[in-house]
Design a protein around this ligand. Structure first.
Ligand code: FAD
Length: 519
């Protein structure tokens, strides 16, 4: 017999299978010796009260043995001679589009400007150590896309649990821990993601698909409002009338190309701000209301939203036990984001703290038309580069100093490897962003007492939160509104925000594209 229960227990009991068994036995009047196995289906931490609880959804096997059935990959047919779909970008959207094409009997040809996960590491080292930004290989560009060297948080606002679970199960089948199916807020970690991405690549190639690295698309060929092919840097061309465009939110040259070819695109609002680093110990103390974190609890995340000066201001992509990374994609700009290893065991906690921008904020750049938001974003990143000292050193300020408008007389070492330059954040941001952030941090401290401390350091800017451009598509066929055979896909096109939603959109675009081939 199997019974499903939800139960709230202490972190110690949740971490100890024998104690959990005893608790379940007592609470549900099941003789202890009859419980053969307890499978945890869902786990979340409730830290609202001083006595922290763990909510568990359990499947209890009573007088019945548990049979472990590992998650299998779908049947992928061999597609080397099947109809072809060209996919630009090997981020989550592009890779999951490629897998879905194979599953549905088409051959994906993936074109990726960056390098494979292993070779890409050298270029990340070069940004961190030598301040060299390679325009094709960096924290945003390369195999696995922007999500490869990340915290690998796998939560999404998507309400379609079926779609989310399918992606999570595929990730498990490609090597992720099955705990991502259990945790309410799953994450994978920078050290584990590259292996999973490489396993996806190997499967695509094994089934007859193609992946071409260091292959940057620089032009589209369009005839009679239908996609006809792409041109690569170096001049060669690839003919295709099925093109999935999954180039991410940082491919500014693609947005420029679309604009100059008069292919319809739209400016879209996004959020922008700073990345703040605290000690993980302080965040644990605030969130868990304790002096020292229990060994049964993970490093605490936080999530906070406030309305400040009529705008939403919120934490974004919070990385417990993580590191701040230099995420510029071109020389002459500074961009921050964060990553964590799977154990989230670094001593620092960082989070983007961003405010919502509106279309009217982009007015000074209105001569760029639909690229006005992108130019606004770029102007702040370039200003940060100038103020920071024209390297990858990041403009930084202690948190209370920022709120009080004082330049910090000294800065502690933070996890951001290229180094910090002490600045007044006023020099980086327009006044409305700076003042909203200042007020917002005071409001944050009311919800998270101790957050506003001069031990915390603000790094600027956090600017690549989502795409500044939307590439419009038909809601049903998912093709571009003007260009037949062109499928704008993933975060860069404005249809996803994060690894999971990008992967879901990749699958959707692949299915829509293959349907027209098979029709
Ligand atoms: P991308 O991942 O941006 O992939 C686009 C790909 O297209 C890139 O590989 C790029 O090289 C390629 N490309 C671009 N232009 C061209 C061209 N002209 N020719 C050929 N190839 C091209 N999200 C989460 O959900 N959880 C997290 O924890 C998380 N942490 C992050 C940490 C960091 C440091 C960063 C940078 C991002 C993080 N994100 C996180 C965001 C997440 O990575 C993105 O939302 C996601 O990767 C978007 O997927 P995508 O496939 O749409 O685009």
């Amino acid at each position: 017999m199997q019974h499903e229960f939800t139960i709230q227990v202490s972190p110690e009991i949740a971490a100890n299978p024998n104690r959990l068994k005893t608790t379940v036995s007592k609470k549900n009047n099941i003789p202890l010796q009859e419980i053969k196995y307890i499978q945890v289906l869902k786990r979340s931490i409730d830290a609202r009260q001083r006595a922290i609880k763990v909510n568990l959804k359990l499947k209890v096997f009573v007088q019945e043995e548990f049979v472990d059935s590992s998650i299998e990959l779908p049947e992928y047919p061999f597609v080397s001679n099947a109809p072809e779909v060209v996919i630009i970008g090997a981020g989550p959207a592009g890779l999951f589009a490629a897998l879905r094409c194979i599953e549905l009997g088409c051959k994906p040809i993936v074109l990726e400007r960056g390098k494979d996960v292993r070779t890409r590491r050298r270029d990340l080292k070069a940004i961190n150590r030598d301040h060299i930004v390679d325009e094709d290989s960096n924290y945003c560009f390369g195999e696995g896309g922007a999500g490869t060297y990340s915290d690998g948080k796998l939560y999404t606002r998507s309400k379609k649990r079926g779609d989310v679970n399918r992606i999570l199960e595929l990730l498990v089948a490609f090597g992720a821990t099955d705990q991502i199916l259990v945790e309410a807020h799953p994450h994978i970690g920078t050290n584990k993601l590259p292996g999973i991405i490489a396993a996806i690549r190997e499967k695509i190639i094994e089934r007859g698909g193609e992946i071409h690295f260091e292959t940057r698309v620089i032009d589209f060929e369009i005839r009679n409002s239908e996609i006809n092919g792409v041109t690569l840097l170096g001049g060669s061309t690839i003919a295709t009338n099925k093109l999935i465009l999954a180039t991410g939110h940082s491919a500014r040259d693609i947005f420029e190309l679309l604009y100059h070819k008069q292919i319809e695109i739209e400016a879209k609002p996004f959020a922008l701000g700073v990345r703040v680093e605290h000690s993980q110990q302080l965040i644990d103390q605030i969130q868990y209301k304790c002096e020292v974190r229990s060994p049964y609890l993970p490093p605490s995340p936080y999530s906070i939203v406030k309305q400040v000066r009529g705008r939403g201001m919120y934490s974004f992509c919070m990385c417990p036990g993580g590191v701040i990374a230099p995420c510029a994609t071109s020389p002459g700009e500074v961009v921050t984001n964060g990553w964590s290893p799977s154990k989230r065991d670094q001593p620092t906690a960082n989070s983007g703290i961003v405010i919502e921008l509106r279309m009217e904020d982009f007015k000074p750049f209105s001569n760029y038309g639909p690229l006005s938001g992108m130019y606004f974003q770029k102007s702040i990143e370039q200003q940060a580069w100038k103020v920071g000292g024209r390297t990858q050193r990041v403009p930084a300020q202690r948190l209370i100093d920022m709120v009080e408008g004082k330049v910090s007389s000294n800065l502690p070492v933070t996890s951001y490897k290229p180094g910090l330059t002490s600045v007044d954040m006023n020099a980086v941001f327009p006044e409305f962003i700076h003042d909203t952030l200042k007020d917002g941090f005071k409001a944050f401290d009311k919800s998270m007492r101790g957050y506003l401390t001069n031990e915390a350091v603000v790094h600027a800017p956090e600017s690549r939160t989502s795409s500044p451009v939307r590439i419009p598509r038909d809601w049903k066929t998912l093709e571009h509104l003007q260009i037949k055979g062109l499928y704008p896909c993933g975060e860069g096109a404005g249809y996803a925000g994060g690894i999971i939603s990008a992967a879901i959109d990749g699958e959707k675009c692949a299915a829509a594209c293959v349907a027209t081939i098979k029709a």
